[in-house]
Design a protein around this ligand. Structure first.
Ligand SMILES: [Zn+2]
Length: 420
């Protein structure tokens, strides 16, 4: 379904105007069209302005580093990527969801295969860049080695090697927002979304309010990384048991092992479940979103940690969400509404085992039409002592549990460590 009936944005003409369309101009984009050529390529290159058909540019926030490299003279302006041998290691799709303009609004389903599907455009000189890359890797994690030592996992030479490394397909995905669809996903008017994006980025993208004809925006935010255990094509087969975790970035725990939350233990538990699932003939998926600190950023996150630990009575589960709201104005800005898009891109129709307790993620996934079977909670033994505040507060707020839910009085008794 293609929704080209979006209402026009309130129009303010400043400096930019629609360019030429035609054989050498900006290709039209028909989001949700049945095939790649009818949909049209996404041209976000800054080198040929007449060919551009989007607002913003590639690589999310890293576009700023590209600007620095140009300014510093390290990068020649107009450099064209040599895409020799960069094609995906695995073919993915197309799946029916790719041509459903309601199912995918925040990534380009053709983003991995631009070299093949837009070969003709590339030959004519269009600077079309992949927004998705697919490769292979071996991942070494101490928790996986520990699981082997405790005989919870056994190397099989295929999914899990003797040295403890897991064999994966990994995929990097940059955001590509079709603004009419994103607005509908959030239940807001497209013109209001455009104006808020324009104003809250300090007027960084005037075309948001001057070019209602440009419907696609490459936002300056982080994307997603996927780690797949088993055959990536099995993700689209609802008969193959899928174990999946959708995880939001938490650098402090994921990388550095901070013990104030459950992020890394839950992530590594999910990886263990994914490896086991693949070994049993299924497939595993970790979808990792760059949304640090509930998409509030790490400075806000650390300010909240201080506020939690310095408040009267110390760090307590009953005040957990309040402290974040005091600093940030909201409890959470992750907005799971766009998260399922990548699952639809992979062709997923059923997640048999969802390794997540988040009600927001569960509601977003099931609300988008993907069936969820079992929900797998983090084993109690993996919750660090100082993370009890977080997990009990979240369970009381609606996170999945197969145990009891604490009362307000009980929550006040769940306390974390002081600042030192
Ligand atoms: Zn965390």
């Amino acid at each position: 379904m293609n929704a080209s009936t979006s209402e026009p944005a309130r129009h303010i003409r400043l400096t930019s105007h629609p360019g030429q369309q035609g054989p050498t101009g900006a290709p039209p984009i028909q989001w949700g069209a049945a095939d790649a050529l009818a949909r049209g390529p996404i041209v976000g290159s800054t080198t040929s302005r007449a060919q551009r058909n989007v607002i913003g540019t590639h690589s999310g926030g890293y576009g700023v580093y590209r600007a620095l490299a140009v300014a510093a003279g390290n990068l020649v302006r107009g450099h064209r990527a040599d895409l020799t041998n960069t094609a995906p290691t695995d073919d993915i799709g197309p799946y029916p969801q790719w041509s459903d303009a309601e199912k995918i609004v925040s990534i380009d389903p053709w983003g991995a295969s631009v070299q093949s599907v837009y070969a003709d455009y590339l030959a004519r000189g269009y600077d079309i860049r992949p927004t998705i890359a697919v490769t292979k890797a071996h991942v070494h994690l101490p928790e996986v080695k520990q699981a082997i030592a405790f005989q919870r996992l056994q190397p099989d030479g295929k999914f899990l090697l003797e040295d403890g490394s897991a064999v994966v397909t990994k995929v990097a995905v940059e955001p590509v927002w079709w603004l009419p669809g994103v607005a509908r996903r959030f239940g807001v008017k497209e013109s209001d979304l455009r104006r808020a994006l324009f104003e809250e980025t300090g007027g960084m993208y005037p075309e948001l309010v001057t070019r209602s004809d440009l419907e696609v925006f490459l936002p300056p935010i982080g994307g997603q990384t996927l780690y797949v255990f088993g055959d990536i094509r099995d993700l689209a087969n609802p008969m193959v048991t899928l174990t999946a975790r959708v995880h939001d970035e938490c650098n402090g725990s994921d990388v550095f092992g901070s013990d104030i939350c459950t992020c890394r233990p839950y992530l590594t538990h999910a990886i263990e479940e994914c490896i086991q699932g693949a070994q049993k003939g299924g497939v595993g998926l970790i979808a990792y979103s760059r949304k640090e600190g509930r998409a509030l950023g790490e400075v806000t996150k650390f300010l909240v940690y201080n506020a939690r630990k310095r408040q009267e009575g110390g760090d307590r589960a009953d005040k957990y969400f309040l402290r974040t709201e005091c600093v940030a104005g909201v409890q959470d800005m992750r907005f799971q509404e766009l998260m399922p898009d990548v699952l639809h891109w992979l062709g997923i129709r059923k997640i048999h085992r969802l390794v997540s307790m988040s009600n927001d993620k569960y509601d977003a996934i099931t609300g988008s039409g993907i069936e969820v079977g079992e929900r797998v909670k983090i084993p109690d033994a993996l919750v660090p002592a100082d993370a009890k505040v977080e997990i009990e507060a979240k369970i009381a707020a609606g996170y999945f549990t197969d145990g009891g839910v604490m009362t307000e009085a009980d929550l006040a008794q769940v306390k974390g460590r002081g600042l030192v």
